[in-house]
Design a protein around this ligand. Structure first.
Ligand SMILES: Cc1cc2nc3c(=O)[nH]c(=O)nc-3n(C[C@H](O)[C@H](O)[C@H](O)COP(=O)(O)O)c2cc1C
Length: 349
């Protein structure tokens, strides 16, 4: 909420480290009882063998072994390299796609490009996506954004729109005027597909409608139910500050991931709908696929596991895949197209 100042590399690094530390605290999580409302319809006669179940799919003509993905998290500070290395190694091995955190630092620090170039060089087969905030996209020529995407050899770009976070962040940039037009320009001119995501507050029906003609390849709703960026920004401030108190008021602001996916389904948006925000197991991922999402992302649980090392992250990824496959088996569905958006597979509880 301070007046905008020129960003510095030190501020950027400090903020990114704060975000990791605070998102690991329980108070950063907006627990919403959203998944228990959706009851999947058990099939007692699946007519398939468990080994028939496969979760392979495609993203914009790149092959994936799983619809699960590692949501955009970190980049541009000391700790980020090790975390991204572990996540990238396992994602490449297991055929998951993965995002890096905001590439904003590259807009004002040319040395920051090398981190992305090194990641791509080490993991040439990984499906990797770039990340930049909408308030930066509005102010940045498309050619410059293209250079960020190129530095990562990214298959596509994810733009995050996070009005609550920017307005509560002390050094935030709550300037979103012209956002829809900037997205339309980016989609038309960038040489790669563009995806728009929230960061934990979800998408309303009205927002989906505003975006129906913009040219986005997908929207990741990133709804409420997990890491909440109003909470995270509040927790960075002293308890007696105005910012902390205002953030407290908005700690449950947002639309849940389940509701956001349903809004997407009921809208005229024709791109893919992806889901993230509060997904903590493979059954929840299965529910979101049945509701109409075609990909499902996780952030905090992946970060927690990656910080414990490669073995822990591998165990988590295997558990998530297994849970998703068991849900599909018990629905009698062997392949993802048989479950995605299938209204006869669930009821409201
Ligand atoms: C430490 C951390 C850093 C994040 N940084 C970014 C970011 O740079 N860009 C972005 O689009 N989302 C960022 N996110 C948001 C996540 O991609 C995701 O939308 C959100 O955390 C909800 O998912 P979760 O409940 O599984 O954590 C970050 C999340 C975490 C936990």
């Amino acid at each position: 909420m301070k007046p905008a100042t020129r960003p510095s590399s030190l501020d950027f690094e400090k903020r990114k480290k704060d975000h990791i530390d605070i998102s690991l605290r329980e108070e950063s999580q907006a627990f919403v009882d959203q998944f228990s409302r959706v009851e999947l319809q058990h099939c007692a006669l699946p007519e398939i063998d468990y080994t028939d179940v496969t979760i392979g799919c495609e993203v914009f003509s790149s092959r994936l072994k799983s619809p699960l993905f590692v949501s955009s998290m970190t980049l541009g500070h000391d700790g980020a390299k090790d975390i991204n290395h572990i996540m990238a190694k396992l994602c490449e091995e297991r055929g998951w796609m993965m995002g890096v955190g905001s590439q904003r630092r590259q807009l004002f620090d040319s040395h920051a490009y090398s981190e992305c170039e090194a990641l791509r060089e080490q993991f040439p087969h990984l499906v990797l996506f770039g990340n930049l905030g909408l308030s930066q996209v509005i102010q940045t020529p498309v050619e410059k954004v293209q250079s960020l995407v190129d530095s990562l050899g990214a298959q596509f770009l994810v733009v995050h729109t996070n009005p609550l976070q920017e307005v509560l962040q002390d050094e935030g940039t709550p300037q979103f005027a012209g956002g829809v037009e900037a997205l339309a320009q980016l989609c038309a001119k960038l040489g790669k597909p563009v995806v728009l995501k929230e960061t934990g507050c979800g998408f309303s029906l009205k927002t989906f409608e505003l975006l129906s003609d913009v040219g986005l390849a997908a929207i990741d709703v990133s709804g409420m139910g997990g890491t909440h960026w109003g909470r995270v920004e509040g927790l960075r401030l002293p308890e007696d500050s105005l910012g902390y108190q205002v953030a407290e008021t908005f700690k449950d602001w947002g639309l849940s991931t389940v509701d956001s996916v349903l809004h997407g389904n009921h809208s005229s948006f024709s791109g893919e709908i992806w889901a993230s925000g509060g997904v903590r197991n493979g059954l929840e991922a299965g529910k979101l696929l049945v509701l109409g999402a075609s990909k499902v992302g996780l952030a905090r649980p992946i970060l927690q596991a990656a910080l414990q090392g490669e073995l822990e992250l591998a165990k988590l990824m295997e558990r998530l895949e297994t849970e998703l496959k068991i849900a599909m088996f018990c629905l009698g569905c062997a392949k993802l197209p048989e479950i995605i958006g299938k209204r006869d597979l669930w009821v409201w509880k």
